[in-house]
Design a protein around this ligand. Structure first.
Ligand code: AMP
Ligand code: MN
Ligand code: ZN
Length: 891
């Protein structure tokens, strides 16, 4: 508690002292502590021990009940509980938040208290954000303009933001580099970013180091580029046709392109025996190359292909982009450091696959989970033979598993992660950022040696532990990137985390705002957090402002897109206000196990089903039966019905029927209201066009299948549902007009297509190696880098400029698509392929990742969290332009 208290004191100090310096401030900044670092260290210690202590308490269930039977324990709990609540209440009051944590109605107490804590956290963190900006030297009222070159933000250096003494670091101030007006790198991308609400399909079109050839879907540009949008029929029909056409490829489209190779990858003995750690070269003596041309990239690839290991890291930006952008790739060999401008070379990065998928070359990453996904998403790069030092650190049970800890532990290097959240889109890169980025990989190969040696030592020389790290690393490299997909239920997922109780109007508003935000963010290629932060969305939904101005008032600062579309938003809020007012609880009681509500067998919510009636007079909806307009078909009747009528008929919620969920056969007819029966009849009269994709045993769309892009149900049903009737009609009209023209053009087109096909077939026979292509295009684009986007995917024969050893060339050649021959181990000179199928892979199901909206697999203890602490979801993106991933730490 003393932590928050003095923290707050320091905040005040910051506010007061603004720019001038005086010696007293220095002492008062953190009373009793040498400097901020000491204070933070102490704070972390306190928090850690509190967390440990609370984890050590008897678990709910038997253990707790047993302890609870002792009056002494009971009293102790109560008194401690009161004390904690009191402390919390004081802190909240101190920050001017609602603070009636105590004396709450027992039944709802926990939920409401939790809400209060969440609110207060938001307020406190928001404040911290403002103060950090201030410490950063950013004047909020004055937006710096950043023209082509980079102007470092004005930094106010004073006692409160001067770095603690003792550090001889170059930069003496806390500086979170970010700029407000950076040209959008997306504008320069040769290939347009695909933010559509469809599953991600790998970008790969040539597969170096293939044992199993790349499926024809990827090598055949024609199949690949056929998009439903291009068909001259209504969108819905186009989807269906497209679906039929791509059906045979579906499995390939969503598979990991190197699954086979990874499944057959084994660690050679040399990598399981104890290495002699090879000391890193001092930074000052190491050559650093900045790579921003294809020529240099090709040369780097050449170099890497000759090595037995190299280290890789990425820097990423997620605030001003929907999916996120990889801005930088750092590579370190034993002798050199490289920094690749991946914004510049985005479309060419794929050539590195030659080194990245070479099973004889170890790629060392630290915490590769995100990197693996970013590589696929932005460049179509894959990693075969990964060693993740974060996994190594975890297996060693080191005190912390972050890179800065490893650097301190093994290299005695004091790094600081201050630039981690800098805006990595800035060009030219300021020197500090270059240095920071470089440190992330420079020492990594040495750490890789040390970690391996220790893993063997700690296991009495046995390779088991080390092997497990190789396996974990392999699992990470098998991760498939999943695009965040919008579903009708996405908003519930988000809302559940916010632990809010909303009535029907608020819930509707939230749902509509959520859909608006998703659509606009995709369209404008902005993060959802930039478009409209969650806490503002909640505020608007809670307040349901009557005027557009009221919406503006809910947002501070007002997101540009909100300001721009405030009338649109206002209409949505109005629409929500027209809903009949009922109380709906979005509570995660199931997860928290606080107020367990027995779930009845029936999955449809029957109006006479009283099994989940609560004490309150108002009906109670758990998230799964949330009161939402799910059944679009009869949602209109519903809003016309007045509340009394609904009460009488007992219809409290629309039945959870959507076009693509067939009615539950088990539900008793007589438990349905008239409206529901009607709805059911209407629905039953539809032949579900996606029946073939539905599981045959269960008439409901399997929830997982719905979220699993590879099931295809998802994509199609979403697309259908996302089309508003109005839109569809407009489209239909437009299409009809275009149809006439199209018919005429179609003839020409088909002629053209056969020609292209021919030339393509010809070209296929002559597929050049990656290197040859790259070398060639290097030649042609070095002077004039204007290759059109579509050319990237073209597999055209190109004369070899730099020829490689014949053996390697063979390896990289795309094998013929027609005949897949299993790898002949007897012929192999690569030990790595000699083993049998890894057993560990059975645990790994990348599809699981796709469940839920933006729900990423965040491995426990991932180092990313160490520096961020508990960032509030609702706080983060709105406040500054630091590179937040909008799905970063969860509460
Ligand atoms: P790193 O591997 O530590 O250099 O991190 C790579 C990228 O991940 C950074 O450029 C950030 O964009 C992102 N990142 C890392 N840590 C965080 C964090 N705590 N919060 C948000 N983004 C992060
Ligand atoms: Mn990293
Ligand atoms: Zn990094």
């Amino acid at each position: 508690m003393s932590l928050s208290k003095s923290n707050d004191d320091s905040n005040r100090e910051v506010l007061d002292s603004n720019s001038d310096t005086n010696e007293e401030d220095k002492n008062e900044l953190c009373p009793g502590f040498k400097d901020v670092d000491a204070f933070v260290k102490h704070g972390f210690g306190v928090v850690l021990s509190a967390t440990k202590a609370s984890a050590g308490l008897p678990q709910p269930g038997d253990e707790f009940d047993f302890y609870r039977s002792f009056p002494g324990f009971q009293e102790f709990c109560e008194s401690q509980g009161d004390q904690i609540l009191q402390c919390m209440s004081q802190i909240m009051q101190h920050h001017g938040c609602r603070s009636h944590v105590k004396d709450r109605n027992k039944l709802t107490a926990v939920e409401e208290r939790f809400d209060l804590v969440v609110d207060s956290n938001d307020v406190i963190l928001e404040r911290a954000g403002i103060l950090l900006d201030e410490a950063d030297g950013v004047n909020r009222n004055q937006k710096p303009v950043m023209p082509a070159g980079f102007q470092p933000p004005k930094i106010v250096v004073s006692s409160w933001n001067r770095k603690g003494s003792g550090s001889s670091s170059q930069s003496e101030t806390f500086r979170l580099l970010h700029a407000k007006n950076i040209a959008r790198p997306q504008l320069k991308f040769k290939e347009k970013i695909d933010n559509s609400n469809t599953p991600f399909v790998p970008k790969i079109f040539i597969k170096p180091n293939a044992v199993k050839p790349l499926p024809s879907y990827f090598t055949n540009k024609q199949i690949r580029n056929e998009r439903p949008e291009d068909l001259d029929v209504p969108a819905a029909l186009a989807d269906l046709i497209h679906q039929q056409r791509t059906q045979e490829h579906v499995e390939d489209m969503f598979a990991h392109p190197y699954q086979y190779e990874l499944d057959h990858l084994t660690v050679p003995d040399s990598l399981l025996s104890k290495p002699e750690p090879q000391m890193y070269k001092p930074i000052a003596e190491t050559k650093l190359s900045f790579i921003d041309s294809l020529e240099d990239l090709v040369e780097l690839n050449e170099k890497l292909c000759k090595l037995s290991e190299f280290a890789v890291d990425l820097e990423h930006h997620s605030y001003r982009s929907f999916l996120g952008l990889t801005c930088l790739m750092q590579i370190s060999t034993r002798d050199e450091d490289f920094i690749i401008d991946t914004l510049e070379l985005r479309s060419e990065m794929y050539i590195l696959n030659e080194a990245f998928t070479d099973p004889t070359i170890v790629k060392v990453f630290h915490g590769a989970d995100s990197d693996i996904e970013w590589l696929q998403r932005d460049f179509g790069l894959y990693v075969v033979n990964l060693f993740d030092t974060h996994q190594g650190s975890r297996a060693l049970h080191l005190a912390r598993n972050s890179l800065d800890h490893l650097l301190r532990h093994f290299c005695n290097v004091d790094s600081d992660k201050r630039y981690q959240l800098a805006d990595w889109r800035i060009r030219p890169l300021p020197n500090e950022m270059v240095q920071y980025a470089r440190t992330d990989t420079h020492y990594l190969l040495y750490i890789y040696d040390c970690v391996r040696a220790q893993l063997l030592d700690s296991n009495h020389g046995q390779p088991g532990l080390l092997q497990s790290v190789w396996n974990k690393s392999k699992d990470i490299s098998l991760t498939k990137y999943m695009k965040p997909l919008f579903t009708e239920d996405s908003y519930l997922e988000v809302l559940r985390k916010q632990k809010r109780s909303f009535n029907t109007q608020q819930l509707t508003a939230f749902r509509l705002l959520f859909a608006w935000r998703d659509k606009l963010a995709r369209q404008e290629d902005e993060s959802t957090g930039y478009t409209l932060p969650i806490h503002m969305m909640i505020k608007i939904s809670e307040e349901l402002p009557k005027e557009p101005q009221g919406i503006i008032a809910c947002c501070n600062p007002v997101p540009p897109l909100v300001r721009q579309q405030v009338n649109e938003l206002h209409l949505l809020v109005q629409q929500a206000r027209e809903m009949p007012l009922l109380k709906a609880e979005i509570a995660a009681q199931k997860k928290k196990g606080l107020t367990p509500v027995k779930k009845p067998e029936v999955t449809l919510f029957g109006p006479h089903d009283t099994s989940r009636a609560s004490e309150s007079e108002l009906p109670y909806f758990s998230p799964n039966e949330a009161l939402v307009k799910q059944g679009r078909l009869f949602s209109e009747d519903e809003s016309k019905m007045d509340v009394d009528e609904q009460k009488m008929s007992g219809l409290l919620a629309p039945a959870k029927i959507t076009l693509f969920q067939e009615p539950d056969v088990h539900t008793e007819q007589n438990s349905l209201s008239v409206a529901q029966m009607k709805a059911r009849r209407i629905i039953e009269s539809f032949e579900n066009p996606f029946r073939m994709y539905l599981p045959s045993t269960d008439v409901h769309v399997n929830k997982n299948a719905k979220f699993d892009p590879s099931s295809k149900i998802f994509e199609i049903s979403k697309r259908w549902k996302l089309q508003s009737i109005e839109q569809q009609q407009k489209e239909l009209e437009a299409k009809q007009k275009a149809k006439e023209e199209a018919k005429q053009q179609a003839k020409k087109a088909s002629e053209k297509r056969t020609k292209t096909k021919q030339s393509y077939q010809e070209s296929l026979q002559n597929v050049a190696t990656v290197r040859q292509q790259a070398a060639e295009s290097a030649k042609s684009t070095a002077k004039k880098r204007e290759t059109p986007a579509s050319e990237v995917g073209e597999v055209t024969p190109k004369p070899a400029k730099k020829l490689k050893a014949a053996e390697k060339t063979q390896k990289t050649e795309t094998p013929s698509q027609t005949s897949f021959k299993p790898f002949d181990y007897s012929q192999s000179d690569l030990k790595v392929f000699a083993g049998t199928k890894s057993k560990d892979n059975s645990q790994f199901d990348p599809n699981r990742q796709g469940q839920g909206f933006k729900k990423k697999k965040v491995p426990q203890g991932q180092k990313k969290h160490n520096s961020a602490g508990n960032r509030s979801m609702s706080y983060m993106a709105g406040k500054s332009e630091r590179g937040f991933r909008h799905n970063w730490p969860k509460r």
